[in-house]
Design a binder for this molecule. Sequence first.
Ligand code: TXA
Ligand code: MG
Length: 336
Amino acid sequence: MLYPVNEENLALAAAAIRRGDLSAFPTETVYGLGGDAFNPSALAKIFEAKQRPRFDPLIIHIADIAALENIADLSRLDLSVQEKIRRLSAALWPGPLTLILPKKPSVPDLATSGLATAAIRFPSHPAAQALIRLSTGTVAAPSANRFGCLSPTTAEHVAEQLGDKVDIILDGGRSSVGVESTVLDMAHGTPRILRPGGTSRDQIEAVIGPVAMGGDADSNTVTAPGQLKSHYAPGVPLTVHRREEMIALNDEAATGYLFFDGASRDAWLAAECQKGAGRHIRVLSEKGDAVEAAANLFAILHEMDRPGLSGIRAELAPSGGLGDAINDRLSRAAAK
Ligand code: TXA
Ligand code: MG
């Protein structure tokens, strides 16, 4: 059930987490399905609700940098890396950045899938922060979707996918960033972006210098957890295309077209004058703004993922900044 964000409902949701139940809640990236990170039975409920394989570890959310100490053991890292972590947390938290750090032994294995590291994020959404503070201070939360399905950017998306699995869905409107956090591994030598997301590589490099890119996103085997290629998938088959290719495409009317910006849609329409009539055409950002495009991405994919469409053609974003996160999600959606 949907509960608008207010003091009373935050208290209800926090009480549920404290007693070992789950609450779904808004964050600036996507909605999360939260449970007490230190309660193994709450963690088991998260996997059960998402039908998520045990090998995919969870992000632990905090609302206060001091809480990092309850989860991470920074003493196992070089002093220079510890310094980078301090700078990152000062510059980019709260926000859409998740750090992979050596974990304390007290963190339950179910939260980290038995890894020696934990994923930690300090979200900027005020309702997320309030819920974390009012509950246990450390809330494990994956995106509140069924495993392999589209990530939710509204409370309604959560209700569609998990409405029968979670009693309380805090409704804070649409997530402003719209793609998940960037996952940055700080625990294995050179900092490495395992998942591009709401914080760009440039933003990170401005704080700590060069970072490496990519886990093993090209494979469907799980050597780096959570990097399954097929993910974030709509039910309708989706293919991705570069701009020139997209503009030249002309399928049957039941194919949906998702353009990055208004200019490429107009070029496509101009290529054959009346082609637009009765077509399913959507644009991520009229003016080609990657931030706006990322915020719209999952909501538009949800809308296009309806019976009646035989396929979706999606245009890749220009690379760099949030374009990398958008292209990562589109490519995973295409890799069925
Ligand atoms: O924006 C977000 O990050 C959202 C909101 C709710 O905060 N959460 C989210 O969680 O996207 P989830 O569970 O859908 O994705 C977590 C990602 C997965 O790819 C997982 O494998 C990776 O983080 N991850 C978690 N712990 C890890 C670890 N110890 N080492 C490497 N990757 C890890
Ligand atoms: Mg997810």
